[in-house]
Write a protein that binds this ligand. Structure first.
Ligand code: ADP
Ligand code: MG
Length: 317
């Protein structure tokens, strides 16, 4: 593009909250044939809310209405029949050490339900899997199946409950207390209003739309279905450090991929993508790694970025 056309395109972009990092990026965007969306915070609002608490008895069976609070304020043992409140208090106390949106939702959900949430004695993040905390004298785990398995706890008794919640698009997390599975908690996110429209408009243009997430396959597919992304185009269970490899694999097929993400997790993937796009209230790290920054939190601006690129280049032909 001529410097004048680039200037116009860049200015129109800026007026629309679409910031291109340079003229070459502005030219590149129109050639994108694949858009890879991060799920949480990109297609969804990333505002999790606690929706479910399920208690498991010592035989690993879900308890319909929970038990009585085993020990009012006293020390629980896993052999006591825990109540919903007990499970939620344990999970929230353990998670109060974490800044993860899933953790914030559990803590806030507990507080909203009148539970007194204290700080754990000790706390360890297990990225992509969950957390490990010491509450009182006991170890509490909150996280996915892998987290429990890696700690020698069998998550399979909870499988039916997990699947039910995941099929609803929720992120279900196992709660273990003193090396026993004691419950499941679930958080739900809300899909952004324009996500479905954005996916549709990209597909109309002939762009292949994909989704990548650390979340599990079932939850990811439920969300993909709601926004119109083909289940085959979902890459789930991708660890934070593996997101950029996943984008590279997609590009190894000769595709020109735009990666759209918001989080620190997404920065390496944004950097390797043909076009990296940071969206909305994205973290500074993501913005720094990106080629395009969308000032608003609106997935439709992805389409806008590509259209501005089209229009800019059309002018100079
Ligand atoms: P995303 O890519 O969706 O932001 P992450 O890679 O951060 O997801 O996490 C992947 C999965 O690990 C989550 O879906 C959840 O099951 C589990 N997980 C991560 N952090 C936590 C946490 N603080 N508490 C419970 N589970 C967690
Ligand atoms: Mg995200």
């Amino acid at each position: 593009a001529t410097p004048a056309a680039t200037m116009v395109g860049t200015t129109i972009g800026a007026q629309n909250g679409v910031l291109f990092k340079g003229g070459d990026i502005l030219e590149r965007a129109k050639d994108v044939d694949t858009v890879v969306f991060d799920k949480t915070g990109t297609l969804t609002k990333g505002e999790m809310e606690l929706t479910d608490v399920v208690v498991f008895d010592s035989d690993g069976q879900p308890v319909a209405d929970g038990g009585d609070t085993a020990a009012d304020g006293g020390q629980l043992t896993a052999r006591d029949r825990l109540s919903e409140e007990d499970v939620l208090r344990l999970a929230a106390t353990a998670e109060s050490g974490s800044e993860h949106p899933l953790a914030r939702a559990i803590v806030n959900g507990a507080k909203d339900r009148g539970i007194d949430v204290t700080d754990p004695e000790d706390f360890e993040n297990v990225p992509g899997h969950g957390i490990k905390a010491t509450v009182g004298d006991s170890e509490v785990l909150v996280g996915n199946r892998k987290l429990l398995r890696d700690n020698g706890i069998d998550p399979s008794p909870a499988q039916e409950t997990m699947e039910r919640l995941e099929n609803e698009g929720k992120t279900a997390m196992l709660v273990a207390y003193e090396n026993e599975l004691v419950g499941v908690v679930a958080d739900a996110d809300t899909i952004k209003e324009s996500a479905k429209d954005a996916v549709h408009q990209l597909q109309e243009r002939g762009v292949d739309v994909m989704m990548i997430t650390g979340d599990n396959e079932r939850t990811a597919r439920a969300v993909a279905e709601q926004v119109g992304i083909n289940p085959e185009n979902v890459r789930a269970g991708v660890l934070p450090e593996d997101k950029s490899d996943a984008v590279e694999t997609i590009q190894d097929e000769g595709r020109k991929a735009m990666m759209v993400g918001d989080g620190v997790n997404d920065a390496p993937a944004l950097a390797v993508a043909y076009v990296g796009t940071a969206i909305g209230s994205g973290t500074d790290v993501a913005i720094e790694a990106a080629d395009v920054t969308l000032m608003r939190d609106d997935p439709l601006d992805v389409v806008k970025a590509i259209r501005i690129s089209d229009a800019t280049l059309a002018k100079i032909k």
